[in-house]
Design a protein around this ligand. Sequence first.
Ligand SMILES: [Zn+2]
Length: 109
Amino acid sequence: MNRNTLERDLKKVGVSLKGWLPVLQCDVCKHHWEPFSAAVGASAPTVRFDYWQCKNKCNAGAQPSHELQTALPKYIVINDVPGMLFGEEDREEFEEYVQSMDATIIPNN
Ligand SMILES: [Zn+2]
């Protein structure tokens, strides 16, 4: 999944990415959410297939592209920096982004 294609398709249903942050934001009401269900036990958070829907139903009637419906945003943490990937080809870019950050300003949760 090409990140730029996905970002464009998300825009069509009124949703924005916020950089690498593992959140999506509604263009209408500005509500933002994590497109993953809660982690259970030791397993990684899993994605909801309706992950692109605003919880306030702003885009409930939108028709997502096939790419959007089959994309599986993946939660990732590198060096305590959380991010969201849409495919393995994103990983390298995210790693470079993490390395470019000043480690001293990363909040430690
Ligand atoms: Zn909304």
